[in-house]
Design a protein around this ligand. Structure first.
Ligand SMILES: Cc1cc2nc3c(=O)[nH]c(=O)nc-3n(C[C@H](O)[C@H](O)[C@H](O)COP(=O)(O)OP(=O)(O)OC[C@H]3O[C@@H](n4cnc5c(N)ncnc54)[C@H](O)[C@@H]3O)c2cc1C
Length: 425
């Protein structure tokens, strides 16, 4: 590849604050809320036009990994959505638009200052290898955001990578990653007429946990559109509104703009073809149509930034406990097929996970100072990530990181010098 040299330039400092959170998904919103509530001047920078990440711009508004022991900001969000009648009757699928509004209101009430439509593109580090600024690009041009502590909640580890951190991607050796998925919000179908094809099935509709997915796969296949994801799922939200996950994009990287583009174009084509095929099936499907699709195709995994601790599959198998547990995870290992020649579904790859702890050390960068991570870009291995990436764990991780970041900023310490028992409960 040929390259050019850009001229050096002056970049205005847009703001001095205590904590800068990059990425406003489930982890980033929680990190910003926790930091602001702890008294830190907190700036939340998000690429898209709404907060919520996979829940909103990805259109996959469903919480996995929920457990009775979960509390804090995660439960505030769930209860806030319930109070707005925005949560479905089956599982924890919720209304995308209500979610956007709720997250904005919560952040504004806590005093978080939000910048949307802005991409983090670089960092400035000082002579001690500490991040001093995040650099962004937006309609306002190039800007610098200065703070003592930064939290990478970009999902893809953009901030950590730009700061020069070591990171891993995909399976050890091959680097294969889980497929991306393009999600559609659909309507024009009545729950009672198609319940057995949805996650809202009743026990009498089928014994198996995944029988509704098999029915939908058969239906789509017989209609002439075999889905690229062999466990397609219709999540009921409310009334006649559903989320549909029926697409897998194999061998595509979430940190390659060409791959993201190709996957988006293919995913959109596939879900529209599926809708047209179902309409031809007729009966309860004759009026099915798409209301909205992902603004950003769902990326299951990208960079895992090296931290001061790496969560491993052995931690899951043994059910490890840590004195500095940022959260306890209860979700299984959930690997979506990385090689379509061997299958297009998902599985645990033979790993039986017990509830396990993620220590706050896994949320503190190893290579650069002043940087924390939360959500799917924390430090861990491929199989561990396949469990802890879910949103019921991303939110508590963000909450823990926000508390530590605020304490570090307030007392002029680095995150690794803040004892967990000083802030964690
Ligand atoms: C298709 C799919 C289906 C899934 N299904 C479920 C499910 O049903 N239930 C569940 O709990 N989990 C599910 N997951 C997993 C889960 O959604 C994610 O792992 C989770 O979103 C992690 O939260 P996060 O905040 O780390 O990342 P994300 O939700 O990805 O949020 C990252 C945010 O950072 C922003 N961002 C990215 N780069 C930049 C940048 N350079 N500058 C500024 N902002 C940036 C993004 O726009 C986004 O808002 C699914 C994931 C996918 C992809």
């Amino acid at each position: 590849m040929t390259a050019i040299t850009e001229a050096a330039r002056q970049t205005p400092v847009a703001e001095d604050c205590d904590v800068v959170v990059c990425g406003g998904g489930p982890a980033g919103v929680a990190a910003a809320l926790a930091a602001a509530r702890a008294g830190a001047r907190t700036r939340l920078i998000e690429l898209h036009g709404s907060l919520g990440g996979i829940w909103t711009v990805g259109r996959m508004a469903f919480v996995c990994g929920m457990h009775a022991s979960k509390n804090g900001i995660l439960m505030e969000i769930v209860n806030g959505l319930k109070a707005r009648n925005a949560v479905g009757l089956s599982g924890l699928a919720f209304d995308v638009e209500e979610t956007k509004l709720l997250l904005e209101e919560m952040c504004l009430e806590a005093g978080v200052t939000i910048r949307l439509h802005t991409r983090v593109v670089d960092t400035i580090r000082n002579a001690e290898n500490r991040i001093t600024c995040a650099i962004t690009e937006s309609k306002s041009g190039r800007e610098a955001w200065r703070a003592p502590v930064f939290i990478d909640c970009t999902g893809d580890g953009d901030l950590g990578a730009r700061a020069g951190c070591t990171f891993s991607v995909g399976r050890p050796g091959s680097g294969e990653t889980q497929p991306m998925s393009f999600i559609a919000v659909v309507t024009g179908i009545e729950l009672e007429a198609i319940r057995q094809f949805t996650n809202a099935r009743r026990p009498e509709d089928g014994q198996s946990r995944i029988s509704h997915k098999k029915r939908l796969q058969t239906l789509l296949t017989e209609a002439g559109t075999p889905p690229s994801y062999s466990h397609p799922t219709l999540f009921h939200i409310h009334d006649n509104l559903f989320l549909m996950m029926s697409n897998h994009e194999y061998g595509m990287s979430g940190i390659d703009a060409d791959h993201l583009t190709q996957s988006t174009l293919r995913g959109r084509t596939e879900v529209h073809a599926q809708m047209a095929a179902l309409r031809k099936v007729g009966g309860p499907w004759k009026d099915i149509r798409i209301v909205a699709t992902s603004d950003q195709i769902g990326v299951r995994e990208a960079r895992r930034i090296k931290g001061r601790y790496a969560v491993t599959v052995d931690d899951l198998v043994s059910g490890v406990r840590h004195p500095d547990a940022a959260t306890r995870c209860h979700f299984c290992v959930d690997v979506h097929a990385t090689n379509p020649a061997k299958g297009k579904g998902l599985g645990n790859e033979g790993v039986k996970a017990k509830p396990y702890d993620i220590p706050i050390r896994a949320l503190i960068a190893a290579d650069v100072d002043g940087l924390m991570m939360a959500g799917r870009c924390i430090s861990g291995d491929f199989l561990a990530h396949a469990s802890y990436r879910v949103t019921a764990d991303a939110v508590p991780m963000g909450e823990a990181a926000g508390k530590v970041a605020a304490a570090a900023a307030r007392t002029d310490r680095l995150p690794q010098d803040v004892p967990w028992d000083e802030v964690g409960k």
